[in-house]
Design a protein around this ligand. Structure first.
Ligand code: PLP
Length: 398
């Protein structure tokens, strides 16, 4: 008899985005002439930068000629991309990462979800609340039950405190989804020191680092001294360059990073992840890696910055308007997300904005217990739509 992995039965049903879709569909049916402005789901709306498209086209043409055609590439990614990443994303910021410590993949969702496979099941895992749900769900799927929640609330300025009971594996995400909060170098150093003294490991999700405009904030955990021993970092081109539908990301596993077996012997996490990656993954397509490489060209850098500046202009407007309406907000300055204290139940405020303003946001309660009473507004839309949405919200709340 075929049996299931019963851990799947322990997962909370993921109703958030289907519930939102149902409510939006019902509203649209009742008001067919009203256009809904979507500031809910965190998906980008603008086209790929021109430099990426040109490189993409050229690489597709390479595939059309026997002489330039590429079959299977290295599972870890082509050297041309890994070298650019090491140079521009790390060396340029004073972080020492070598190209062979970088693993190219088809998404930070897969990487943040898959990484837990290389750790034991009886570890204590610290997970932020509210949180990007992948971290929690993939640990539940694996059968891990020792989970401590790192509460991010107004009391701690949405930067979780160190866990009271020592945690083995710690997930951190900055700039944060959903709160938009950022962490300072000093704040991140506290976590690195904690991990070093507890022999724990930090999984640092930097999917939104490209939105950082405050020069004092760290883009990478590897800007912090000592992090190479205790941290793995995830990056994604999804929000950096509009790659949500193109798919390209990477994970950095420094060769100094160790974890321990039952006898206490240390093992290189790089070797384990390399083994996992090469066994279960066959690389990102050649044209996509060429398109990603183009982000690091002079034109590509200019164009991706302009793309993100556009979203940040929306974010600044949304934050200013919501603050002006009397709501406490975080995020939106170095992040595409604005986390708004709704001063009432998350879903109640969601319904109010949908029904009275025709604007879709995301109820904070869907991201964890501490998200109750908040909504997340995303800046991924055109400036005109962001302006229109804010005007409608102003009128609805007047
Ligand atoms: C915090 C965080 N990490 C990772 C991802 C996934 O990125 P990707 O599109 O590379 O899978 C997202 C996407 O929304 C995210 O918010």
């Amino acid at each position: 008899m075929i049996k299931i992995n019963e851990n799947y039965l322990k997962l909370q049903a993921s109703y958030l985005f289907s519930d939102i879709a149902k409510r939006v569909a019902a509203f649209q049916q009742a008001h067919p002439d009203k256009n809904v402005i979507r500031l809910g789901i965190g998906d980008v709306t603008r086209a790929l930068p021109k430099a990426c498209i040109e490189a993409f086209h050229t690489a597709v043409d390479d595939m059309a000629q026997d002489k330039t055609f590429r079959g299977y590439g290295p599972e870890q990614g082509y050297a041309f991309l890994r070298e650019k990443i090491a140079e521009h994303d790390f060396k340029a910021r004073g972080a020492k990462i070598s190209p062979d410590e970088i693993f190219i993949s088809d998404g930070a969702k897969c990487d943040t979800g898959n990484i837990q496979e290389i750790f034991a099941n009886d570890i204590r895992v610290a997970i932020p609340d509210p949180v990007y749900p992948v971290y929690l769900d993939t640990n539940i799927m694996a059968g891990r039950t020792d989970i401590v929640y790192l509460e991010s609330t107004a009391q701690n300025s949405f930067i979780p405190d160190l866990p009271k009971t020592p945690a083995d594996l710690i997930y951190l995400c900055f700039p944060n989804n959903p709160t938009g909060a950022t962490i300072t170098k000093a704040g991140l150093k506290t976590w690195v020191e904690y991990a070093r003294s507890n022999k724990s490991l930090i999984l640092f999700d930097a999917a939104y680092e490209a939105f950082i405009r405050d020069d004092s904030l760290p883009h990478s955990i590897f800007e912090i001294e000592g992090a190479r021993d205790v941290a793995i970092e995830f990056r994604s081109y999804s929000k950096t360059a509009g790659f949500t539908g193109t798919r390209c990301a990477y994970t950095v596993v420094p060769k100094d990073c160790m974890a321990y077996d039952n006898s206490g012997a240390a093992h290189l996490l790089h070797s384990l992840w390399n083994r996992r990656h090469t066994t279960k993954f066959n690389g990102v397509s050649y044209p996509v890696q060429r398109a990603a490489e183009a982000i690091y060209s002079q034109e590509g850098k200019k164009q991706t910055k302009a793309l993100i500046d556009g979203y940040l202009a929306n974010a600044a407007l949304i934050r200013k308007e919501m603050t002006g309406l009397g709501f406490d907000c975080v995020g939106g300055d170095n992040s595409p997300y604005i986390w708004v204290n709704a001063k009432r139940d998350s879903w109640e405020f969601f319904d109010l904005l949908l029904n009275n303003a025709g604007v879709v946001c995301t109820p904070g309660a869907g991201f964890g217990k501490c998200g109750q009473g908040f909504i997340r507004i995303s800046a991924f839309n055109s400036f005109e739509n962001a302006e229109q949405a804010m005007k409608r919200i102003r009128d609805a709340l007047a």
